[in-house]
Design a protein around this ligand. Structure first.
Ligand SMILES: NC(=O)c1ccc[n+]([C@@H]2O[C@H](COP(=O)([O-])OP(=O)(O)OC[C@H]3O[C@@H](n4cnc5c(N)ncnc54)[C@H](OP(=O)(O)O)[C@@H]3O)[C@@H](O)[C@H]2O)c1
Length: 234
């Protein structure tokens, strides 16, 4: 099978960057399956995306249930792992429950999705994990986000070895100024712009273009790509 006629699975495809990517694939005529935590809400969003997009409900913080939720998916060309439930966590005021939840979602949940789906992948399939530059540029309260996004750096290497010849890459956006999560935090955006050589934050469309490149280019494997306008060295 080529990587043009199977399914695209986007975990965390109901919102933000995952949804934007789902819209791009669906508009291209690809068979798209998105996930969110609530089946009804995810169905409604799949209907808005249109072009036959479907929805599956799963909660990555319950990794034991992931396999059953993804049963029946076959001929998967691309898996995108974009889900996140951010916590605001500091060492001085550490919320262990929230930290365990986010660590479970990104570290165990992302891994379990690939464990569940690996029989559905084929030689030309590809996988994309979303990390984020909180791993290099922490902000107050980013302790757990920084930790899990740092782990994505190395997760892709073991996944790429174990799933070979399936390719596995990671995309680490800077702060995506037009993404829903940041719309109420103009102070954070101003701080990032001040330290970014391009003089602005990155956009959802720029991140989506980079995601499509990583998923489609058959030679790119085990790469951690920064899409940040140079924020990381600014
Ligand atoms: N936005 C940015 O500026 C930025 C910057 C750097 C990195 N990133 C990374 O890019 C990725 C996407 O970020 P985003 O801001 O676009 O996300 P978002 O808008 O906050 O959307 C989060 C997605 O994750 C799903 N989700 C939340 N909790 C979940 C759980 N427990 N189990 C399964 N799914 C769950 C949500 O679905 P439901 O609510 O429907 O359940 C939603 O589809 C994340 O990995 C993030 O770390 C984003």
């Amino acid at each position: 099978m080529s990587n043009q006629d199977g399914t695209v699975v986007i975990v965390g495809g109901t919102k933000g960057l995952g949804r934007r990517l789902a819209e791009r694939f669906a508009a291209d005529g690809r068979e798209v399956v998105i996930t969110g935590r609530d089946q009804e809400q995810a169905n409604a969003i799949a209907a808005e995306i249109g072009h036959g997009a479907r929805a599956v409900a799963l909660d990555l913080s319950n990794p034991h249930e992931i396999g059953a939720r993804l049963e029946g998916l076959d001929h998967v060309d691309h898996v995108v792992l974009a889900a996140i439930e951010r916590d605001t966590n500091t060492l001085r005021d550490y919320d262990v429950t929230r930290a365990i939840r986010l660590a479970t979602i990104k570290l165990v949940g992302y891994t379990e999705v690939l464990h569940a789906l690996h029989p559905a992948l084929h030689d030309a399939s590809s996988v994309l994990l979303f990390g984020g530059l909180a791993k290099e540029r922490p902000y107050p309260g980013s302790t757990t986000v920084t930790t899990v996004n740092g782990a994505v750096d190395t997760m892709i290497r073991t996944f790429a070895l174990e799933l070979a010849p399936v390719r596995v890459n990671a995309l680490h956006p800077g702060i995506v100024g037009d993404s829903p999560y940041w719309e109420d935090n103009q102070q954070m955006l101003a701080n990032v712009v001040a330290r970014t050589p391009t003089g602005r934050t990155v956009t959802m469309d720029e991140v989506t273009d980079a995601a499509l490149f990583l998923l489609r280019n058959g030679a790119v494997n085990g790469v951690n790509l920064y899409v940040d306008g140079g924020w990381v060295f600014g």
